[in-house]
Write a protein that binds this ligand. Structure first.
Ligand code: ADP
Length: 495
């Protein structure tokens, strides 16, 4: 995201007015079978934006049946890869031409500043769909030399009907990470957006219809996890479920998959990423990277560099600089161009973060700045920095998912590698140093799916992302994500 943020200057927009929303099943916008709706709120004010159709099992059943029909229809299954690519490019072009509106909707529903939603989220969404459009006609199998007089080859075929359950921190982008490879490989989709942020998923689904995807290829069921989400992960006719969210929910999804039809599972879960700064690093770049690595998106990133390890010699200097940056943040309305930090996504998340801050104080860490809620309207938390953090403290072990940084001192590389790896998670990590050997050694020693060297939060549709250990199963983005959305078929012909 780092690169993307710099790419496009923001313009100033107002909060959009949004009508009540239906769900998309089989190319039609419909109410929930139960007639139920739920509110989605603006986290900067706590006010209701609109009501949204609340999907449950009956709606998921209809959506899966539609996705199955679409998967088997010749309109989709016989479509040339190059035609699928053309559709996906048209879709990406439509998203790009509506990027300001979509970024405004994302900012309103999630709370992130509009400028960031536009420059980071929407730009990456468009690039992601274009990247996977490029793959749609390039999914090649292999010819395999086997013993005997046979011709053996493999084919990459779509998995089938895929269920996708996404979180609220980067709603449109998580949708793109899931839809891009799924569509490129020829699957059909039932998506459940997070209950906190359903709006961009629905708006983008309208653009997919306009682009011309056949009815039923894309279905979107807004609703809650234990109802609509569970209906997807338990469904006997969903071939694969892709999930991004909390580890505990990931386990529920995986158990449901195991207990139903052994559907394929990919998971992108939490993290407690070590961000390691050596004294020989470019300290200006490292300070900026440490700040971005934790406070970007209100700290609501699974890859947040929330364990900041700083070499003893530069610890105090760095903490001073970071505290200065934290104090200069402007918290406020997501549509005010001066705002650098928006609200947390909802009251529950805010309270959870404040609970972690209390636990840090109780366990004896020093809160050098921040530590409190801001105001009593909306869900704002001060950018907070703890020093004197010990590895066994709760704030050093658990994912906080908020603007709370833990700074720890270290003396040498061996120590910091051991401590960096002493976690159940393994999503991301970073190292800052001017010593190229040290940089590579540490990058290779850290048990994490992504290691950034002298940078942080650099994302690209081509670069795979995902977790070691409890941070997940499978890789999204890049060529690797196509693994998650294809079955490999071996065909052997006697000659
Ligand atoms: P977060 O703390 O980021 O909200 P969750 O794991 O609770 O993480 O939510 C991520 C997504 O998982 C959301 O779309 C949510 O509705 C969904 N979800 C929550 N519980 C379940 C469940 N039991 N089964 C399936 N999906 C769920």
């Amino acid at each position: 995201m780092a690169a993307a943020v710099a790419e496009k200057p923001a313009k100033s927009v107002r909060a959009p007015k949004v009508a009540d929303q239906k769900m998309l099943i089989d190319g039609k916008w419909v109410d929930a079978a139960s007639g139920k709706t739920f509110e989605t709120i603006n986290p900067a004010t706590g006010e209701v934006i609109c009501r949204v159709a609340e999907g449950d099992k009956a709606d998921v059943d209809k959506a899966v049946a539609a996705a199955r029909r679409a998967f088997e229809s010749s309109a989709w299954s016989r479509m040339n890869g190059s035609d699928r690519a053309r559709l996906m490019h048209r879709f990406a072009d439509l998203i790009e031409s509506h990027a300001d509106e979509l970024a405004a909707l994302e900012a309103l529903d999630n709370g992130k500043p509009f400028s960031i939603a536009r420059a980071a989220d929407l730009n990456l969404v468009v690039k992601c769909y274009r990247y996977y459009a490029g793959w749609a006609d390039k999914l090649c199998g292999k010819t395999v030399p086997i013993d005997g007089n046979y011709f053996c080859y493999t084919r990459l075929e779509p998995v089938g009907v895929v269920g996708q359950i996404i979180p609220w921190n980067f709603p449109a982008l998580m949708q793109a990470w899931k839809w891009g490879p799924a569509l490129a490989a020829g699957n059909t989709i039932v998506l459940k957006p997070a209950e906190q942020t359903p709006l961009t998923a629905l708006a983008i689904a309208k653009l997919a219809q306009e682009a011309g995807f056949p009815d039923g290829v894309i279905n979107v069921i807004p609703g809650f996890g234990p109802t609509a989400g569970a209906a997807i992960s338990n469904h006997m006719d969903v071939d694969k479920v892709a999930f991004t969210g909390e580890g505990s929910t990931g386990k529920i999804v995986m158990t449901a998959a195991a207990n139903s039809n052994l559907k394929r599972v990919s998971l992108e879960l939490g993290g407690k990423s070590p961000n390691i700064i050596f004294a020989d690093a470019d300290l200006d770049a490292a300070t900026a990277g440490a700040f971005l690595g934790l406070f970007f998106n209100q700290g609501q990133c699974c890859c947040a560099g929330s364990r900041l390890f700083v070499e003893d010699k530069v610890h105090d200097k760095l903490v001073d600089r970071l505290a200065g940056m934290a104090k200069s943040q402007k918290l406020g309305d997501q549509f005010d161009p001066a705002t650098t930090q928006g609200p947390q996504v909802d009251e529950g998340q805010m309270n959870r973060i404040l609970g972690y801050i209390d636990s840090g104080k109780t366990e004896g860490a020093d809160c050098v700045t921040g530590g409190k809620r801001v105001g009593d309207r909306g869900y704002f938390v001060e950018p907070t920095i703890f020093t004197n953090v010990q590895d066994n403290m709760k704030i050093a072990r658990e994912e906080i998912f908020g603007p709370v940084m833990q700074v720890m001192r270290f003396k040498d590389a061996d120590e910091v590698i051991a401590r960096g790896n002493r976690t159940e998670f393994g999503l991301a990590a970073a190292v800052w140093t001017s010593d190229i050997k040290k940089a590579h050694n540490i990058a290779h020693s850290l048990r994490a799916g992504t290691v950034w060297v002298n940078c942080y939060d650099v994302f690209d549709a081509a670069a795979p992302f995902g977790g070691y250990k409890t941070s997940g199963i499978g890789r999204e983005l890049g060529e690797y994500a196509l693994e998650l959305y294809t079955e490999k078929k071996t065909v052997t012909v006697a000659l």
